[in-house]
Design a protein around this ligand. Sequence first.
Ligand SMILES: NC(=O)c1ccc[n+]([C@@H]2O[C@H](COP(=O)([O-])OP(=O)(O)OC[C@H]3O[C@@H](n4cnc5c(N)ncnc54)[C@H](OP(=O)(O)O)[C@@H]3O)[C@@H](O)[C@H]2O)c1
Length: 313
Amino acid sequence: MTLPTRSIGDLSVSAVGLGCMPLSFTAMVDDRERALATIHRALDLGITLLDTSNIYAPTWDTVGHNELLVAEALRSYSGPADLSRVVVTTKGGITRSAGEHWGRDSSPQGLRAACEASLQALGTDTIALYQHHRHDPRLTYREQMASLAALQRDGLVERIGLSNVTAPELLLALDVLGGPESGGIVSVQNEWSPRYRGEPGVLDLCSRVGIAFLPWSPLGGSTQAHVIGSRYAEFARVGEALGASAQETVLAWLLASSPVMIPIPGATRPQTVDSIVRALSIELTDDQRARLDATAPEMESMYPEDQPRSPLG
Ligand SMILES: NC(=O)c1ccc[n+]([C@@H]2O[C@H](COP(=O)([O-])OP(=O)(O)OC[C@H]3O[C@@H](n4cnc5c(N)ncnc54)[C@H](OP(=O)(O)O)[C@@H]3O)[C@@H](O)[C@H]2O)c1
C-alpha cells in the first residue's frame, strides 16, 4: 500500500510516521507480540517512518529497549512492505543512569558512545536520521552541533535532526551545519498538538527553509490521547461532520498546517494504526481549519524543560 509522502531532506517518507515510544513505556511493555504486531501493521499499511530513541526503555538499565524492538520488528516482518523504503530515526543526548537519574550528554565522546550503542541496538552500520534529543546545558549549543557534525563526518549517521529546539538554537544550528540543501539539518522534532503549539517561530522557520517538522505527542501523549475529543471539543465536532474521530481530525489538522509537517503519533495496538492511516484521507475545508486553529491551547508542555538552556556560543 502506498501512502502520500513528505520529505525529510532527500528522503521520501509516508506523511505520517509511527512513534514507537509507548511500546517501551506503557503497561503493555511485556506484551512483545502486540508491540511487534503494531509495528508490523504500520509497515503493512505503508508507513515508512519509525521513530525511536535510545532512552525509550522501561528502566535505566534497559536503555536501547525500543531500538531493539524496532530492529526485531523489521527482522521478523514477512508482509508486503518494501523494507528498503523504511526509515528508522533515533535520538541521542539524554542519558539514564542508576537510580533512574536522567541527565544530558552531548559531548563529543558522550554522543558518540550513545550513537554507537544505537547502531548496535538497531543492527545497522549507519543511522539514516539521528536526532539531537535535548540540549546539554554544560555545553554551548555550537559545541553540541560540532559533536553531531563529527558523527556525520565519520559516517555513523547520514542525516541530522534536532529535537526540543528553540528558534535561536535552530538558526545557530543552520549557521554551523547548514540546512537540507547542503546535507545539514533536515528535521526538527518538537512538541506540537492541540494542547501545546510549540516553541515560537520554529515551525515557521522550518516551513521557510524546508526542514521536516515531526510534531511529538501530537495527540497530547498517552494519557490525553483518548480524551482529546472531550478536552478540545471542536476536534470532535469537526470530526463528526467528516465521519472521523477526534484523533483522526487532529492528525489531519496537523498535516494541513504545513507541507513540512510529518506527525509521529504513538500507538500500542494495530487498530490504532488503522485509524492513524485513515487520517491521511481527510480533507479539511478552510473553515474547518480556521475553527481548529482557533481552539485555545493550554501552553503547558507535556515534559516541561527542567534544565537551563545552553548558551548559544
Ligand atoms: N523528541 C521528544 O522529546 C519526544 C517526546 C515525546 C514523544 N516523542 C515521540 O513522539 C511520539 C508520539 O508521542 P506519544 O506517543 O507520547 O503521544 P501521542 O502520539 O500524542 O499519543 C499516543 C497515544 O495516542 C493513541 N492514539 C494514536 N493515534 C490514535 C488514533 N488515531 N485514535 C485513537 N488513539 C490514538 C495511542 O493509543 P493506543 O495506545 O491505544 O494505541 C497512544 O496511546 C512518541 O512515540 C515518540 O516517538 C518524542
